[in-house]
Design a protein around this ligand. Structure first.
Ligand SMILES: C[S@@+](CC[C@H](N)C(=O)[O-])C[C@H]1O[C@@H](n2cnc3c(N)ncnc32)[C@H](O)[C@@H]1O
Length: 158
């Protein structure tokens, strides 16, 4: 498989995972958190599939496409650990977290995602979901949509 084809599979899994999660959290109360704004592609998709939900965004940098810049009040710029702490202190409750802080180096990314897990869990309402390309700890791992291969994208419930 060429890298181009591999990229297509990853993006397809991401879109299908986000669509699935948006339906799955339908009845849950709570906000959404995009952990890793980057170019803003997945943030833009979340806005589309979850209209009416407040979407918090954490990133240490602002590099989003101009059409995908979140409202100032919802963008928490800084290191994820500090920003997650700030959300906990503010009493924010989340129905869905999309985690994408990774840089594509599996081992280092997994260390980071595991270390942030205990800061993410308390923000979620019971039954709240996390979807991620990197492994998290302290959540129940659940099956995502049938169309997404296991391990290509990871699905967790609190
Ligand atoms: C892979 S990109 C996110 C891609 C994005 N979801 C998209 O669809 O365009 C990862 C982002 O996470 C941010 N990031 C990585 N580690 C971070 C950390 N510890 N705290 C805050 N932001 C971090 C980087 O600045 C980068 O913008």
């Amino acid at each position: 498989m060429s890298r181009l084809e591999s990229m297509r599979r990853r993006l397809t899994a991401q879109i299908e995972g986000l669509n699935w999660a948006a339906k799955e959290v339908g009845a849950l109360k709570g906000d959404v958190l995009e952990l890793g704004l980057g170019n803003g592609r997945t943030y833009d998709h979340l806005r589309e599939v979850l209209p009416g939900r407040r979407i918090w965004v954490i990133d240490r940098e602002m590099n989003a496409h101009p059409s995908c810049v979140p409202p100032e009040a919802d963008f928490l710029q800084g290191d994820a650990d500090r920003m997650l702490d700030r959300m906990a202190q503010a009493g924010t409750r989340l129905a869905l977290v999309h985690y994408e802080l990774g840089i594509g180096v599996a081992e280092a990314d997994a260390v980071k995602s595991r270390s942030l897990s205990p800061l993410i869990a308390p923000l979620l309402v019971p039954g709240g979901l996390v979807i991620s390309q990197d492994p998290l700890e302290g959540f129940e791992r659940i099956a995502g949509p049938e169309t997404v291969e296991a391990d290509r994208y990871l699905f967790y419930r609190r």
